[in-house]
Structures are given as structure tokens and as C-alpha cells.
Design a protein around this ligand. Sequence first.
Ligand code: ADP
Length: 346
Amino acid sequence: MEGNTFNSNDAYSVSLLEAALESVASAIFVFNEEGNLSFANQVARDLSLARHEEAGLMKVVDDVKLAALDGTFQELEFSLYGPPKRDFTIRTSAPFGNRDGGVIVTIEDLTTRNQLDIIRRDFVANVSHELRTPIGALGLLAETLAFEDDASVRHRLANRIQNEAFRVAKIIDDLLDLSKFESEGSKNEDEISIVDLALDVIENINPTAENASVKVTLEAGEGDFNIVGDPIQLRSALTNLIDNSIKYSEANSEVIVAASEEGDYVVISVTDHGIGIPQKDLDRIFERFYRVDQARSRQTGGTGLGLSIVRHAVSNHGGTIEVESREGIGSTFRIKLPRNRKGDEK
Ligand code: ADP
């Protein structure tokens, strides 16, 4: 790489180096050979303005500094138990390869990385568990089928195999949608009429609604319901919400899909008079694989991924989603989407 060489006598080079250290995300403390602080970057200064939970961390900095001045350089992990828990790696090194030049202590905050690791591990465990159940069932059903002579039982077993295979396919399809929506943001930018989209989704979902004896109605007054967005993602969001409202309603009830305008936003809501969601679960239903009632979700072909897909699709459009629900009374999911996000892209 071409560039000027660093010159320690040149004030410009020194302040450039200091500015570089200031911009580093880790805390950097430099102590002289007497153990007095000669430099701390911004992150280090913030940490040393110890509120009481960070005082523990500064005590470790002091301990490792003294050990380094005695010739023991180390790297250790340290956690503050909060809450929230925070994890750090603390390292000591010598500036010129010998301790006579003082000690450098760096602190790297590993909290976010560790949290992401936990989320990824949990996700892999959940996916494996979710797939294991239908695949186990497929194996058993096929084994039984192989030794069954009665044609009607064979027919029933074959049906169940088909259902389990459908379930595996649905989990995989939902996982693919989720990962696509997560990774691509909202790729397509089309002019979409939310009302036309809702009408189309309702028409497609009608056989499911009729099967469950649930009536789905669209209510939209006069207005401009156009937004710029990704039709595939918005269709998937609406389909999941309406599908849920049918799944979690009793026969002969009604689902209302309503569109309205709120300034620069288009609002679309889905209201059912179904089983509702307990207050304590409202915060968690958008998490992957979270279900209030495992058995009911499975029995209705749920994967526990629908609302995560909805949440991603909505946030990719710079929108918000809210839910209001009362057990035994019903639920309303309300999506608010900005009409036009041009100039507001990620
Ligand atoms: P699932 O595939 O299980 O329906 P979702 O992610 O779509 O997964 O929803 C998560 C959970 O939220 C569901 O299992 C259900 O317990 C609850 N839920 C979602 N929508 C509704 C609704 N309209 N009425 C009652 N409960 C709902």
C-alpha cells in the first residue's frame, strides 16, 4: 500500500494515530512503566467513568496491569452479570515487546457476538427439533405401511404420510422465506395497491376459509392505498396474518381485513373473533417457533414461523406491526406502512 510513513516526531502523524485509536471499538488503556495511565481512548474513558457495575471491570484492568508490570501478560474473559449480562475479553501486551515500556490493556466487548452465537445455536436446535418430529413420524408410518394388508388402513397410513411430508415441506418453505426476507431486505420496488393485494390474498385463501366456515371480508373506504414495496413480501405478510386469523377462530366467525390511510402511511388490519392471545405471550409471538399452544398450532399445520415472516416483511418496508388481543374475544394485527420510502433506503 502506498502512503506516507509514520513519523513519531511529526505532530500530524501522532494525532492521526491518536484519532485512529479513538475510533477503535475496543477500549485501549496505555500505562507507563510506573503503572500510571498515559492514554485511554474514548471507549476506555467511558468505561473508567465507572458506574457501579463497571467498577468490577476496572478492578480487573488494575489487576492485569499490575501482573503485566510484574512480567505476566495474559488474555482472560470476564463477565458483568448485569442484568443484562455483558462479556469481555481483556488482554495485556507490552508496547515495545518488553515491560520497561509500560503496559497496554485492551478490552473487547463480546456481548453482541456471544448473543448472536446463542441465537444461532438455539435456532439450529429448534429447526432440528421441528424437523425431527415429522421425519420420525414418516419413518414409523412407512414401517407400519410395509406390513399392512388391509387396503383401507394402507390408504389411511398413506394419507398420514402425505400430511407429514406436507408439514416438512411447509417448515422448509417458511424457513426459506424467512432467510430470504432477512437477507435481501425489500428487493423489488413496485407500486402496489394494498387493497388490490388484500383482495387477491383473500380470494386465494378462500378455500381454506370455507373449509373452516370462516368468512373473510375486506373493508376499505375511498382513498389512496398505494405504496412502493415488494409484492412478494407483502403478499406473504398478509397471507400469514389472514391464515392465522382463520386458524385461530371457531367455525361461523368472521375475519375483517380493513385498509385505511394515516397521513403518509397506509394501515392494514386483520381482526378476528377467535381464541385471542394471553397478555403474557404478546411480546413473544413474533419470535421464531414461538407458539402459545403447541398442539393447536401443529394440528392446524402451523410452523411457528408465520409471524416472524410478517415482522421481517414489515420492517423491510420501514413499517411497524402492532397486536391487540384478548383471550376468548379475539385479536387485531395492525400493519402500518409508509407510502413511499424512496430516499429512505437501507
Ligand atoms: P403458527 O404457525 O404456530 O401459527 P405464527 O408465527 O404465525 O405461528 O404465530 C405464532 C403463535 O401466535 C401461534 O402459534 C399462536 O399461538 C399465536 N397467534 C398468531 N395469530 C393468532 C391469532 N390471530 N389468534 C390467536 N393466536 C394467534
